[in-house]
Design a protein around this ligand. Structure first.
Ligand code: PAF
Length: 283
């Protein structure tokens, strides 16, 4: 696996592959890799000839009171995991390489819809931080395809919209949510949970599945389902941020005639904010 720290290094590597007609698939990450990330790498390998992974803890997408400083930086362990998963190149730039003029002066890329609701309501500016870094990484790495996990459902929808609006010639591939045996969606932030919190955490997925089962059984009173789920999360010891049934494509609140729905939730367990979602298509 080639390890590149500068734009010119990764461009030279990918440029060479592209000249030899090799399809390059990109997996952007914040690092602190777990099994869910390695599944993204494996999926990427199925969709092309060469896999590039990036590791960059992007200050621009963290709010002032969020966990940017705390976010685990585990580069050596990540490199070993990526070697095992068969990645061909790792791009792990410094802050100075990515933001030479400083984060405050960075030109930004903002998607005007879907970004101020759900996670965007609690984390103002988060999605602009994401679309700015993803567009920079796309321009630097110049892959043919890029893999994003469905776990970050809203992020995926926003990135798809950015790719469409800005005409990036990059195919977006969706990776299913990787889960622990008890249903908890794999996330680097699960590492913040103590043993008691970790035992409670699957309640988020249970609430989502209960709502999905109720819709499958014919329930169309989404406000009622949302209220019930919030109560179940409180009873499980969580502090719900949102629990919402949405139209999967637009992320607008679901209306009775909508067929493709996403049920999205975020909740705090202690200081840790967990997110998860499930989808359902109704005839
Ligand atoms: O989902 C993530 O890990 C990050 O938001 C991403 C896409 C790597 C951008 O920093």
């Amino acid at each position: 696996m080639q390890i590149c720290k500068t734009f010119s290094e990764i461009r030279a590597v990918v440029g060479d592959w592209r000249r030899h007609d090799q399809a390059v698939v990109f997996v952007p990450t914040l690092g602190n890799l777990h099994e869910g990330h390695l599944q993204l790498v494996k999926l990427a390998a199925e969709h092309g000839d060469k896999v590039v992974v990036s590791i960059f803890v992007n200050a621009l997408q963290f709010g002032k009171n969020e966990d940017y400083a705390l976010y685990p930086r585990t580069l050596d362990a990540d490199i070993e995991k990526l070697r095992g998963a068969g990645a061909d190149a790792l791009f792990c730039p410094s802050d100075r390489e990515v933001y030479p003029n400083g984060v405050e002066e960075q030109t930004t890329v903002a998607v005007p819809t879907m970004t101020n609701i759900l996670c965007g309501a609690t984390r103002p500016g988060h999605f602009t931080g994401v679309t700015t870094i993803v567009s920079k990484l796309f321009n630097i790495v110049q892959p043919h395809k890029a893999v994003f996990g469905v776990k970050d459902f809203q992020q995926l929808a926003v990135v798809r919209r950015m790719v469409e609006d800005l005409c990036f010639p990059i195919e977006i591939i969706e990776a299913p949510v990787a889960r622990a045996d008890d249903g908890l969606a794999l996330s680097s932030r699960n590492g913040y949970l103590n043993a008691a919190e970790r035992a409670l955490a699957p309640a988020l997925y249970c609430a989502l599945v209960a709502a999905r089962d109720a819709i499958a059984a014919g329930e169309r009173n989404y406000a009622l389902l949302e209220a019930r789920a919030q109560i179940s999360l409180l009873e499980a010891g969580m502090r719900p941020d949102y629990f919402s049934v949405r139209a999967a494509k637009t992320l607008e609140p679901a209306a009775p005639g909508d067929h493709d729905l996403a049920i999205l939730a975020a909740a705090y367990l202690g200081k840790t904010r967990l997110i998860d979602n499930v989808t359902i298509s109704i005839p």
